[in-house]
Design a protein around this ligand. Sequence first.
Ligand SMILES: C[S@@+](CC[C@H](N)C(=O)[O-])C[C@H]1O[C@@H](n2cnc3c(N)ncnc32)[C@H](O)[C@@H]1O
Length: 294
Amino acid sequence: MTTLETRQINPEVDAIRHHYEVSNDFYRLILGPAMMYSGGYWYEGEDLREAHDEAQYRKLDAFIEAAGAVGAKKVLDIGSGWGTMLTQAVDKHGVQKAVGVTLSRSQKEYVDSLGNDKVEIKVESWEDHRTDEPYDAAFCVNALEHFVLSSLTPKERVNRFRAFFNQCHSLIKPGGRLVLHMMTIESPRITRQLIDDLKFLQREEFEGCYIPHTNELVQSFEGKFEIIELRNERETFSRACRAWLENLAERRPEAVGMVGEEVVQRFERYLDIFAYTLEDKVFNNFRIVLHRNA
Ligand SMILES: C[S@@+](CC[C@H](N)C(=O)[O-])C[C@H]1O[C@@H](n2cnc3c(N)ncnc32)[C@H](O)[C@@H]1O
């Protein structure tokens, strides 16, 4: 079991909380009312910030439809952030019950404060989640990047990804779908700047976080899930990072008042790194729709 209440025991949990328990108000300043922390679907020519929330809801609608989850009895969001996927699923798409798992206590507090009784958030790690009745569908939106430590050997990493997909297989009913948004890495042209930036991401912002090659990911769900759709949607995430940077720039003094100069500088740097590495095709951001085999 991942022990969630003992800060000193689990460095993986600490690393996630270091990033996600900064302050809900600070995240709202950056992410806007949609409180989505992943890419959105902008139409050509739309203004990044003006259309930000609409783009995020459009993405959620598309994911819910791709998961075949419209009108579903029960869905799961693994790494559920501030719960927007879950709220959208029950409020707009007739889902009867939506469950999210996150390691962040402040994210749970935020979702609980919305008072939606069809949405339930559990502060637990994905591997500890259990359900009496399997889910009709599940989502994992830009969270899987956190689930496998970069310090593991290549074989251990594939085993860990495999453990994730085995767990999803046991949680979703046969024929149900798992929809992912997931970054993978290409073989980039190495520059000193890129090395410095990747080190910063690894050591200071997302400690131990691992972004795999696409084949590492694909081999880990073989036999358990079948690919229905695979689309590289880099721009969805790079645009979101650019929009969040603009939000932060516009209200910087307020942000510094909330969390301090050092945290603001960290966010400015990491958002810029993700924006440019996606634009430069160092990273991919795949939308992957999987069908659970019997
Ligand atoms: C980048 S956020 C994405 C949130 C949300 N899916 C969205 O698109 O807005 C990653 C999420 O993964 C969660 N997370 C990280 N490690 C986790 C773990 N081991 N088990 C469950 N959730 C985890 C974090 O708490 C956070 O909510």
